[in-house]
Write a protein that binds this ligand. Structure first.
Ligand code: NAP
Length: 291
């Protein structure tokens, strides 16, 4: 029988993710806080929208959500109009929001008490990954539940992995963001250094990207970083939200993040310079400004 799906949150990520589900033959009902966006999506996809998360979730086998932060997830999940109020026993709630592991465990406890299932499933791959259906999904939850949702997530994901119990998906995403912070700062310093020393950027990257210094950031962002263009995806505000989640988690495990803390301080400076919505590669702007 065809699975019925609900999708809550039609932002930069959710809008194309929900569309991929329709294109893969699922019957999808969406909810978005700003109703004009829900209407636009429903028209574009010839599918339904609901007026509350509860209404969207009634009858759904799987409810996906992709909203902002912990508080936003609580707002769409809990209360009389929330996802849990509509989701049937046996149904699965998959949260693609980047949020804390604690929130994931809290929602899982609620799901268990109601004979429902929960998976934390933050994604990486950015806007382009969502649009091309090429996201990577880091999941936490029960194996059996994961196996139920994995083929459905394949509509928008090139790879998904169960990282362990609920919360572990979020912890994997934190590790992902810790890596990105360091890589982007290293790349910013190298590019700024090379530019000031008079090297040809294309030649440099063509050469060193083939070796141990190569990275996704280097290949995909060096040109725009050189040009001082920072309008290519994941915003500094979102990054600082993700890093603060990682710092809280790291404290619990006595894991030191000295370089990540330093880079977070740089992102704070970018915000102070008005770069809240610039993408994460805007770290280089601080180095360019120092003349
Ligand atoms: P976005 O474009 O700002 O969209 C956020 C969505 O959540 C919108 O649909 C918004 O509704 C909804 N929302 C926010 N707060 C809400 C609330 N309190 N109640 C109901 N709905 C609410 O964000 P995004 O870029 O899609 O990111 C979504 C999540 O994915 C975030 O956790 C982000 O960290 C993560 N993520 C993003 C990227 C990326 O490159 N953008 C990459 C990986 C992970 P309205 O339309 O009404 O505002």
């Amino acid at each position: 029988m065809m699975k019925k799906i609900a999708f809550i949150g039609l932002g930069v990520m959710g809008y194309p993710m929900a569309k991929h589900l329709v294109n893969n033959g699922y019957q999808v009902t969406v909810y978005n806080r700003t109703v004009t966006k829900a209407k636009q999506w429903a028209e574009e996809c010839s599918a339904n929208f609901a007026n509350t998360p509860k209404e969207a979730s009634i009858d759904a086998d799987i409810v996906f959500a992709c909203v902002g932060n912990d508080d936003d997830v609580r707002q769409v999940a809990l209360g009389e109009d929330g996802i849990f109020a509509g989701l049937k026993p046996g149904g699965v709630f998959v949260d693609h929001t980047t949020a804390s592991a604690e929130l994931a465990r809290e929602l899982n406890d609620i799901a268990i008490a109601q004979d429902k299932h929960f998976i934390d499933a933050p994604v990486s791959g950015g806007q382009a990954g969502a649009e091309n259906g090429q996201l990577t999904v880091m999941c936490g939850g029960e194996q059996e539940t994961f196996e139920k949702v994995q083929p459905v997530m394949a509509a928008f994901a090139k790879f998904s992995q169960l990282m362990g119990p609920v919360g572990n998906g979020q912890i994997a995403k934190m590790a992902n963001q810790i890596c990105i912070a360091g890589v982007v700062q290293g790349l910013s310093e190298a590019l700024n250094f090379a530019q000031r020393a008079g090297l040809d950027a294309d030649k440099l990257v063509e050469t060193i990207s083939k070796g141990a210094a190569g990275s996704w950031q280097m290949e995909n962002r060096y040109k725009t970083m050189y040009a001082g263009e920072y309008d290519f995806g994941f915003a500094v505000d979102w990054m600082r939200k993700d890093l603060s989640i990682a710092f809280n988690e790291a404290k619990k495990h006595d894991a030191e993040l000295p370089m990540t803390e330093m880079v977070d301080g740089f992102y704070e400076q970018v915000q102070q310079n008005g770069g809240n919505r610039w993408d994460t590669s805007s770290l280089i702007s601080l180095l360019k400004a120092k003349d």
